[in-house]
Design a protein around this ligand. Structure first.
Ligand code: CLF
Ligand code: SF4
Length: 291
C-alpha cells in the first residue's frame, strides 16, 4: 500500500509542505537514455556538475541495491530511494527493474521515481504493481505551442515527432499518466522548469490542470540557462515567488528543491555522501537541466 500524502510530508524530503524535512534520498543513476529532447537539457557523465541530468557513472539494478545498502549505513536519515535519470526512467527498463529488487531488499524505504511522462500511460500498471510510493512527472507546459519552444521533439514508438505535433503527444500522455497513477493511490508531484521568456505566464494554468488530473504537490524549478536555452534568463526571486503564489491557489507547493544530480546521496542541501559511494564530486559548477 503506497504511503499517504500526510505520511510523505513528514518522511520524504521532496514532498514536504512548509518547513524542510531533514530526511535524505539516495539517487540511483540506472537510466541512461531519454526519449524526448528538452531544449535546456545537457545530460552528462561527469564528477563536477551539480544538477539533474548528471551522474558520475551508470550503474546496474544489481549494483543499485548495494548502493542503497551502503547509503543507509553512511546516512541513516535516508528514507527514499529515488531514480531521476540521468535520462528518463521509462525510456529503458532498468528503473522498474531496480525498484523491484529494492522492494524485496528494503521493504520500508520510499520508492520515488521521476519521469517526463511520455510513456507513463503504457507503464502505469507496472509503476503501480512495483509499488512506487511517489512519482514525479515533469510538465513544463500544457499549451503545445509553448511546449514546442521547450521540447524540440520526441521519439515515440520508434518514430520521431517534432514541434507542436510532438508536444501534443507528450502533453496528452503526461496528463493521462498522472490521472491513472494518482487514481491508484500513488502520490504524484509535478515539476515545472520555470523559463522566464517562455512559460512564466503559463504556470498558473499548469498548476490548475495537473491538480485536476490528480497531482498532489507542485515544484517550480528555476531554469539554469544552457544548451539551446542558454539565451534565456535565470528567474529572479520575484518571478519565482510570483509563480509559486499563483500555483498555490490550486495545489500544495514544494519550496526546497536543490536541483539534484542523478546520483546525489544524503539530505538535499546537506552533506553529499555520493563521493564515498560513486567515487567523485570534487569541484562544483552551477549549471542545471530538469528536476
Ligand atoms: Fe529524488 Fe526527485 Fe524523488 Fe526527490 S529529488 S527523484 S522527488 S527523491 Fe527533490 Fe532533488 Fe528537487 Fe528532485 S530536491 S531535484 S525535487
Ligand atoms: Fe530527457 Fe529529462 Fe533531459 Fe528532458 S530534461 S531531455 S526528460 S533527461
Amino acid at each position: 500500500m503506497a504511503k499517504t500524502f500526510r505520511e510523505l510530508t513528514l518522511t520524504h524530503p521532496c514532498f514536504s509542505v512548509g518547513d524542510k524535512v531533514n530526511k535524505g534520498r539516495v539517487h540511483l543513476p540506472v537510466s541512461p537514455g531519454c526519449n524526448i529532447c528538452c531544449r535546456f537539457c545537457d545530460r552528462k557523465i561527469n564528477d563536477v556538475d551539480i544538477r539533474p541530468g548528471v551522474a558520475s557513472m551508470i550503474i546496474t539494478p544489481q549494483e543499485a541495491v548495494e548502493v542503497v545498502r551502503r547509503a543507509v549505513e553512511l546516512c541513516p536519515d535516508i528514507t527514499v530511494a529515488g531514480i531521476a535519470g540521468p535520462g528518463d526512467t521509462l525510456a529503458t527498463p532498468y528503473a522498474l527493474e531496480t525498484f523491484r529488487l529494492i522492494k524485496q531488499e528494503f521493504p520500508d524505504i520510499i520508492k520515488c521515481m521521476s519521469t517526463n511522462g511520455l510513456l507513463l500511460p503504457e507503464y502505469a500498471q507496472e509503476v503501480i504493481d512495483v509499488g512506487i510510493d511517489t512519482l514525479t512527472v515533469t510538465v513544463n507546459a500544457l499549451d503545445p505551442e509553448i511546449q514546442a519552444q521547450i521540447c524540440s521533439g520526441i521519439v515515440y514508438h520508434g518514430k520521431r515527432y517534432e514541434g507542436v505535433e510532438a508536444a501534443e503527444i507528450l502533453i496528452e500522455n503526461q496528463l493521462k499518466g498522472i490521472e491513472i497513477v494518482s487514481e491508484a493511490g500513488i502520490t504524484v508531484k509535478v515539476n515545472t522548469v520555470l523559463i522566464p521568456e517562455i512559460n512564466a505566464d503559463h504556470i498558473e494554468a499548469v498548476a490548475q490542470t495537473v491538480a485536476e488530473a490528480g497531482a498532489r504537490i507542485y515544484n517550480i524549478i528555476p531554469l539554469i540557462p544552457q544548451h539551446e536555452l542558454s539565451w534565456c534568463s535565470v528567474p529572479g526571486c520575484a518571478v519565482l515567488n510570483q509563480a509559486r503564489c499563483e500555483a498555490e491557489a490550486y495545489i500544495d507547493v514544494f519550496r526546497h528543491c536543490q536541483r539534484c544530480r542523478a546520483d546525489a546521496v544524503g539530505i538535499p542541501g546537506g552533506e553529499d555522501f555520493a563521493r564515498q559511494i560513486y567515487i567523485r564530486p570534487v569541484v562544483q559548477q552551477n549549471t542545471f537541466s530538469h528536476g
